[in-house]
Design a protein around this ligand. Structure first.
Ligand code: TXA
Ligand code: MG
Length: 372
């Protein structure tokens, strides 16, 4: 049994970085900030260190990890013949460091526990100054999945990591709230046409603009490629994910501009609550995770009692500002768990820009999806 210390750290904080390096050099796994979500990091070149990640998170053994680097030289050092495939040069130039992970040929330097035996390895160059300065100080790349217990919403604050993993890791570097709030976009440029295996912080719209990426596919139902539709997606995508303790019901809008959505949302949650109670399940407290209208203040929390139920309402961000919703979504789901609600009703948003990643996560978190 460990007892994590959470240390507030900036990239210039030599002492905190030094402490982190010393745990990582002893092959321990620690919590670190990145601009997407917090990561659970260990030396990517050491199988013993990597095994600590799987143990601490209780992660399925067949779900490969992302390797984090702090320079193109470090990237080259882990690739066969130190060669970066040409297809990636424009995306690297435009979007690294940043919320983008690319799929590359694996080399014997990378333990099979990182790749789970796949012939490829996923690599990312994070933009967070603490992550960069830590990897640089280590001199070796860090394997890091999101630092949540497997299946739970991803952590966007150091306190989320502490909540899930405090008894399993020695240290958490606290670099503040994650700016992006959803995980990196996973891009496979080795296949033709290139495909997004997991939508994330770097948008489809942005990637599509990069030279060579104009025919970019997305692993999602209503995209064009039949093979992609049928094939299993990136290994991690088959597991239940991002779920708070409370049951989640996603109420999605058919029409983005529907001015009656608020009224529909209200009648749907009331109907659902009634049906759930009629089935014999006691519900005394519910949570709402909503967007707010542009021009209105984001009031983080309001509590009211209607229909014999206590209702905690949280706002993820403004309607039409998917980057705000991405930043607030996981935090909202976790906060509602802290408040011990029995049921969460969350509002769906348009799949534009960061909305694609948001909706991918919400669909996985939800037990039920209702379109109105
Ligand atoms: O933003 C992020 O990517 C965060 C931060 C910490 O960097 N990390 C993260 O890691 O989200 P994780 O383990 O939660 O998700 C990694 C995803 C999984 O869906 C996994 O299946 C996929 O990347 N992946 C890893 N290696 C792969 C490979 N060789 N081929 C295809 N997918 C791979
Ligand atoms: Mg994860």
């Amino acid at each position: 049994e460990q007892n994590a210390t959470s240390v507030i750290a900036s990239e210039h904080d030599k002492q905190a970085i030094h402490e982190a390096v010393s745990w990582l050099s002893k092959n321990e796994a620690i919590g670190i900030p990145t601009e997407t979500v917090y990561g659970l990091a260990a030396n990517a070149l050491n199988a013993d260190a990597v095994s600590k990640i799987f143990a601490a998170k209780n992660r399925p053994q067949d779900n490969p990890l992302i390797v984090h680097v702090s320079s193109i030289d470090m990237l080259k050092s882990i690739l066969p013949d130190n060669h970066v495939p040409e297809v990636y040069l424009p995306v690297i130039k435009q979007h690294w460091p940043g919320p983008l992970t690319i799929i590359l040929p694996a080399s014997p330097m990378i333990p099979t526990s990182v790749t789970c035996g796949h012939p490829t390895v996923a690599v990312r160059f994070p933009a967070h100054p603490v992550a960069r300065s830590l990897i640089e100080a280590c001199g070796f790349p860090l394997a890091a999945p999101s630092a949540n217990s497997s299946g739970k919403p991803s952590p966007t604050l150091a306190s989320h990591v502490f909540h899930d993993l405090q008894s399993r890791i020695p240290l958490i570097l606290d670099g503040g709230a994650c700016d992006v709030g959803v995980e990196s976009t996973v891009l496979d440029g080795l296949r033709s046409p290139p495909a997004i295996l997991r939508p994330g912080g770097l948008t489809y719209e942005a990637l599509n603009q990069v030279p060579g990426m104009n025919n970019l596919q997305v692993y999602r139902k209503h995209f064009v490629d039949k093979e992609l539709e049928a094939a299993p997606t990136t290994p991690g995508m088959k597991y239940r994910h991002y779920s708070p303790e409370a049951m989640v019901i996603l109420i999605d809008r058919k029409d983005e501009e529907d001015t009656a959505f608020d009224t529909k949302f209200d009648s749907v949650w009331k109907e659902q609550l009634k049906a759930i109670r009629a089935s014999g399940v006691g519900v005394s407290k519910i949570g709402m995770l909503r967007t707010t209208q542009d021009g209105h203040d984001v009031v983080w929390e309001t509590t009211s009692t209607t229909d014999n139920v206590e209702c905690v309402s949280l706002q993820m961000g403004r309607h039409g500002h998917p980057e705000e919703v991405a930043r607030g979504m996981f935090k909202g789901l976790r906060e509602l768990d802290t408040q011990a609600v029995d049921l969460i009703f969350v509002e769906g948003i348009s799949e534009d820009r960061e909305g694609m990643a948001v909706m991918n996560r919400l669909r996985k978190a939800a037990s039920k999806i209702i379109e109105v």
